[in-house]
Write a protein that binds this ligand. Sequence first.
Ligand SMILES: Nc1ncnc2c1ncn2[C@@H]1O[C@H](COP(=O)(O)OP(=O)(O)OP(=O)(O)O)[C@@H](O)[C@H]1O
Ligand SMILES: [Mg+2]
Length: 304
Amino acid sequence: MSRPVVLSTRIPGLKPFATGKVRDVYDLGEPLLIVATDRISAFDVVLPNGIPDKGRVLTQLSAFWFDHTRQICPNHVISADIDDIIRRTGLPGIAEQRDLLDGRTMLVAKTEPIPYECVVRGFLSGSAWKEYKTSGTVCGVPLEAGYVESDKLPQPIFTPSTKAQAGHDENISVDEMRRRMKNDALAFDLVHRSVRIYVQAALHAAQRDIIIADTKFEFGLKDGKLIFIDEALTPDSSRFWDAAVYEPGGSQPSFDKQFVRDYLESIQWNKEPPAPELPEEIVSKTADKYREAYRRITGKDLPR
Ligand SMILES: Nc1ncnc2c1ncn2[C@@H]1O[C@H](COP(=O)(O)OP(=O)(O)OP(=O)(O)O)[C@@H](O)[C@H]1O
Ligand SMILES: [Mg+2]
């Protein structure tokens, strides 16, 4: 049995730091507490249903990848164990909600975030495919002719975007990122570490028949050091494809959200909020896909 679905959190005595589509972040002064809820979004709109275990899958997968890539870049994780978090913080508000927060919560070091999304792509999809189709370039860099949608790229490419405070993120070239950052060494470091993290993760996933088509990383600075922050290689920050059904020449089914998207398309929802309620069958099939992603990647069942 899965745990009760958590759609939102409120921890007595704690100050909200950010509330995203999926995660609730609290400011504890020095560290941050990141809580992944079971909220799900599709076509950029948060749906009314939660997906059982989704938040725990996101947090535990991030914890797995942060650990798996720690030799490439230090990361922000202090602890992902709720009892350890309660001990370290000594906060009664967290202890009171132990069971609800268990598995979905991470205590992390607060950094000064670098305002770029470090996107790495191994396959031609999404906005990169759109740009290539119209101009033969990806983030301004020409790519050979003849690729089809979802093709594997000859090597992973780094395609940054700005992290807009409001409105949509904007894709920019690496050169543009360098110019804006005014710090060539740091820009180089972002590219280099991002590509290495992607390659290491994509190789691991490929052995388990999951294609990580692309992903988005965030980094921050703490005491002058580069730290890998936010979430790491989850289905929310990456495109996961099932290698068993991969077929270039069109868009690929999303590993986790395909049932949801198919359902929303089938009822011809106009993609404007509010989103419609999902039927129970779609919810439970989707929950199974998240658990399967966790199982394939880590080789273990999600703890009960
Ligand atoms: N270690 C950290 N130090 C400082 N800020 C961090 C750290 N880890 C994550 N963040 C920031 O916390 C915020 C988390 O917000 P979250 O990703 O949940 O929502 P969002 O980015 O506003 O929206 P979306 O749901 O579309 O991603 C991000 O702005 C991220 O940069
Ligand atoms: Mg975010």
